[in-house]
Design a protein around this ligand. Structure first.
Ligand SMILES: [Zn+2]
Length: 311
């Protein structure tokens, strides 16, 4: 009997372990080369890029970065020093995708203009990829705004298909940019102690957010999907990526490419959400299935002091 109990315990333990270690997440990083409330300072962009890429490499995260090529310009001209930031991404073995030329909003931009934003937003990146025998493959909607009607979305998705793009969805949505703004402002007034506190709060918040979307995935899909995380190319993420990666590893995650994450059949779920908000694909699927109300409850809030410090 004791032996039987031991076996059951061992079996349970091994099941638990295998459940925990089988989590997967793809890290997608938006608003490249970098994003800061303080502006587009070249030296800051170089520091953020170098630190971010070093941390991604250290943690063996096969990340993809989504570019706004409008930010490669200085006085209207493509600036080779800013293009060099994208070269750093590719030389470090990471993939780049298109995030429109100037972070255009699908919901307030005529479709023709929006499509022009995609084409203008791929010129430099495509060139850099061609030099390496590769091509641009993924598109990420700014603000996660994916269209207010079925015909509009269909027309744009046909355009994307014609230009060989795959849409990059996300499941783990969050407000990292609010923390990043607070972090940048603390840096601007040379307050490293405040930056440390913001970084601590950020990691706690991201762990709570991750736990929330694990639970949401089970509630909506019936299991934990291969998650897709969205964060931004900020000084905050450059400074905290080691800790962020450790947090995910401690929860049993391994980092996978976006290709691998999207092989999860969950991503083939219909999306008939045409609301105004840029929301996680988990909630799009749930709303498409007619789920409403309390199923969405419990998203961890951004602390009020972070909101204040971000302004
Ligand atoms: Zn963006």
């Amino acid at each position: 009997m004791i032996l039987f109990r031991l076996c059951v315990a061992a079996l349970l333990a091994s099941t638990l372990t295998s459940t925990t270690v089988s989590r997967e997440v793809a890290m997608t990083i938006d608003d490249l080369p970098t994003i800061s409330v303080l502006g587009n300072d070249l030296e800051a962009a170089q520091q953020t890029t170098t630190a971010l890429l070093a941390a991604l490499a250290r943690n063996q995260v096969p990340a993809i970065g989504f570019v706004n090529e409008g930010k490669l310009r200085t006085d209207g001209q493509v600036d080779p020093r800013r293009v060099a930031l994208l070269r750093q991404w590719l030389d470090s073995g990471f993939e780049l995708g298109n995030h429109t030329f100037s972070h255009a909003d699908f919901h307030s931009t005529p479709l023709d203009t929006y499509e022009r934003q995609v084409l203008d937003g791929e010129k430099v990146t495509s060139h850099l990829l061609r030099e390496r025998g590769k091509r641009i493959r993924y598109f990420r909607h700014p603000f996660l705004h994916t269209g207010r009607s079925a015909p509009e979305r269909r027309r744009f998705e046909t355009f994307l298909t014609e230009h060989h793009y795959t849409i990059a969805p996300i499941t783990i949505d969050n407000y990292d940019y609010v923390f990043a703004a607070a972090y940048d402002r603390a840096g601007a007034r040379d307050d490293p102690k405040a930056q440390e506190n913001i970084a601590d709060a950020y990691i706690s918040y991201m762990e709570a957010v991750t736990a929330y979307y694990e639970q949401q995935s089970v509630a909506i899909v019936g299991r934990e999907v291969r998650q897709t995380l969205l964060i931004h190319a900020s000084a905050l993420n450059a400074a905290t990526l080691d800790r962020l990666a450790s947090m995910f590893r401690a929860r049993g995650y391994r980092f996978v490419s976006l290709d691998r994450a999207l092989e999860d059949p969950a991503y083939r779920h219909r999306d008939e959400y045409y609301g105004p908000a840029g929301i996680t694909w988990l909630h799009r699927w749930a709303m498409t299935d007619g789920k409403r109300g309390t199923i969405f409850a419990g998203e961890p809030p951004v602390p009020e002091w972070i909101e204040q410090a971000s302004r």
